[in-house]
Write a new protein. Structure first.
Ligand SMILES: Cc1cc2nc3c(=O)[nH]c(=O)nc-3n(C[C@H](O)[C@H](O)[C@H](O)COP(=O)(O)OP(=O)(O)OC[C@H]3O[C@@H](n4cnc5c(N)ncnc54)[C@H](O)[C@@H]3O)c2cc1C
Length: 435
C-alpha cells in the first residue's frame, strides 16, 4: 500500500488510519463499505493508477461519489472515492456541461441557472451527477426532455485494464455504460446537454393519507390526460413530528401529488384543477419556482441515514393493486413514490436503458428492517410490473432483479460486453452484470 501512496496524488487510507472511517462513509449508513484500501482520487490519472494497482493484485474495485446508491458493500477491495473530483464547466453557447466524477447535482444546477439553463437532474440536489446519469436519470423534467442518459455526449472512463477511453454514440462501451453503469469502469467525466429551463410551475398538493387510495386512483386517471410539459408523481409520506416540517403535514401520514410543469401558469392551473377536487387538502404549494428550488417539490431527507429501497417499472395499476400497495407500504412505514413516465422518454437512444415504455416507476424506501415487507409489495404487484429500476435499488440486489432491469437481448449484450471489458468482474460491488 506504501507504493500506492507514492503513485497517486490523493490520500490513501487503510483500516486503522485516521480518516479511514470518514472516507468510506457516505449518505447510506446501512451496510457500508469496509475496503482493504481507499484511494481518495483527485484526478482521472489517480483513478487509472488505482485501477492498475488493483487489477495487478486481483483486488476487486468499488467506487463511491456520495454513497446515495450503495448496493453491495465493498470488503477486501480497493475503494476509489471521487468526491475530490468536483470540477465542472458550463459552456453556455453550446448549452453543455463537462462534469467530473465527484460532482453533486446542486453545483451544476446553480451554475447552469446563471445562463438560464438546467441539467436533467433529479429530486435530490446532493445525489452524484455521474452515477445518477449512468443509471438512466429519471429527473424533475423527465416527461418533457427525457432521461438524463439520453443527453450525454461523451463519457471519459477508465476500464478494468487500466485504459482511459473517451467514448460517445456509436461505441459499444458508451451504449453499455448508460444503463449498465458502474459495471464497466470508473467514469471520470462526462459531457452532457443542458436544457433551456430557468423556471417551473411546481409544488405539492397534500391530502390526509386516509384518502390515499382515492388520491392514487384519481392521479392514475389524470396522468392519461396530461401533455409532456407536465412531469409528476404521487406519493405517501409519513412525516415526522419535527419543527422543520410545515405545520399542516407535520407528524401526519400524507398522500401527495407533486407537479413540475414547464407550461405557463394558466395552462398548468387548468390542467391541475381536477386534482384539487379529489378531497380536502392539507396544503397546496403550487407556484412559480426557479429551477434551482425544484428540490422543494420533493421530500428527500438531507441527512445520511440507514435505508432500504427498491424500485420497479409498472405498466399500470388497478384499484385492488393500489390498495395492496398502500396497505403493505403502510405496514413498513415506507415512503411511496409513483413517478409518471412516458412523454419524451419514449423512442430510442444509443444506450442500454431498459423499460422505456413503462407507465410508472414505483419507488419504495423504508428502514432496512422492512426489507421483506417492501419486497412483498413487488410480489403483490407482479402482474403489473415489467422489471426493476437500476437507480432505485438501495441495498443488496439479486441477479434476477438486475437481469429484470433490461430487455432479455439487452442483458445478453451487456453480459457479453462485461466479459470483454471486465472479465474478472473486478467491478462487482454494484447491481452486478455477470460476465
Ligand atoms: C434521496 C435520493 C434521491 C434520489 N433521487 C433520484 C431521482 O430523482 N432520479 C433518479 O434517477 N435517481 C435518484 N436517486 C438514485 C440515484 O440516482 C442513484 O442511487 C445513484 O447511483 C447515486 O449516485 P451517487 O454517486 O450519489 O451514489 P454512490 O453511492 O456514490 O454511487 C452509486 C453507485 O454508482 C457507482 N459510481 C459512483 N460513481 C461512479 C463513477 N464515477 N463511475 C462508475 N460508477 C460510479 C458506485 O460504485 C455505486 O455502485 C436518488 C437516490 C436518493 C438516495
Amino acid at each position: 500500500m506504501n507504493t500506492l501512496s507514492v503513485l497517486v496524488e490523493g490520500p490513501v487510507f487503510v483500516p486503522g488510519d485516521a480518516g479511514y472511517d470518514t472516507e468510506r462513509s457516505g449518505f447510506q449508513l446501512a451496510g457500508q463499505h469496509r475496503p482493504a484500501v481507499i484511494v481518495g482520487a483527485t484526478s482521472a490519472s489517480d483513478v487509472r493508477t488505482a485501477i492498475r494497482f488493483a487489477a495487478a493484485r486481483d483486488l476487486p474495485i468499488a467506487v463511491q461519489a456520495t454513497g446515495h446508491g450503495l448496493t453491495a458493500p465493498a470488503q477486501d477491495a480497493l475503494l476509489i472515492t471521487t468526491h475530490r473530483m468536483s470540477g465542472f464547466r458550463i459552456d453556455p453557447a453550446a448549452g453543455t456541461a463537462w462534469i467530473e466524477a465527484g460532482v453533486r447535482w446542486k453545483a451544476v444546477v446553480d451554475a447552469a441557472a446563471e445562463h438560464g439553463l438546467a441539467p436533467l437532474s433529479g429530486s435530490s440536489p446532493s445525489v452524484g451527477a455521474v452515477s445518477y446519469t449512468l443509471g438512466g436519470g429519471i429527473g424533475v423534467l423527465v416527461r418533457s426532455y427525457g432521461l438524463a442518459a439520453d443527453h450525454v455526449r461523451t463519457l471519459e472512463v477508465v476500464t478494468a485494464d487500466g485504459e482511459m477511453r473517451q467514448v460517445s454514440a456509436g461505441s459499444d462501451l458508451f451504449w453499455a455504460l448508460l444503463g449498465g453503469g458502474n459495471n464497466f469502469g470508473v467514469v471520470t467525466g462526462m459531457e452532457i446537454e443542458l436544457v433551456p429551463v430557468s423556471h417551473l410551475f411546481g409544488g405539492t398538493l397534500s391530502f390526509d393519507a386516509s384518502i390515499a387510495t382515492e388520491v392514487f386512483q384519481a392521479y392514475d386517471q389524470w396522468t392519461s390526460t396530461v401533455p409532456n410539459e407536465i412531469t409528476s408523481s404521487a406519493a405517501v409520506v409519513p412525516f415526522p413530528d419535527l419543527p422543520m416540517i410545515p405545520e399542516p403535514v407535520r407528524g401526519r401520514e400524507v398522500a401527495q401529488i407533486r407537479i413540475a410543469s414547464i407550461a405557463d401558469k394558466a395552462t398548468t392551473e387548468r390542467l391541475v384543477a381536477p386534482l384539487r377536487e379529489i378531497g380536502p387538502m392539507l396544503m397546496d404549494t403550487l407556484d412559480a419556482l426557479p429551477f434551482t428550488q425544484a428540490s422543494s417539490i420533493f421530500t428527500d431527507p438531507p441527512q445520511p441515514h440507514e435505508y432500504y429501497g427498491t424500485g420497479i417499472f409498472l405498466n399500470g395499476l388497478n384499484k385492488s393493486a393500489m390498495q395492496a400497495l398502500l396497505e403493505l407500504a403502510g405496514k413498513a412505514s415506507a415512503v411511496v413514490q409513483l413517478n409518471h413516465l412516458g412523454g419524451a422518454i419514449a423512442g430510442s437512444a444509443p444506450n442500454a436503458i431498459g423499460h422505456r415504455d413503462a407507465r410508472y416507476v414505483l419507488r419504495l424506501v423504508s428502514d432496512p428492517g422492512s426489507r421483506a415487507l417492501l419486497d412483498g409489495v413487488f410480489a403483490a404487484l407482479a402482474p403489473f410490473a415489467s422489471g426493476h429500476a437500476m437507480n432505485f435499488m438501495f441495498g443488496p440486489t439479486g441477479a434476477d432483479q438486475v437481469r429484470s432491469a433490461f430487455a432479455a437481448d439487452t442483458y445478453k449484450r451487456l453480459s457479453a460486453l462485461k466479459a470483454t471489458y471486465d472479465p474478472a468482474n473486478l467491478f462487482r460491488f454494484n447491481n452486478n452484470i455477470i460476465p
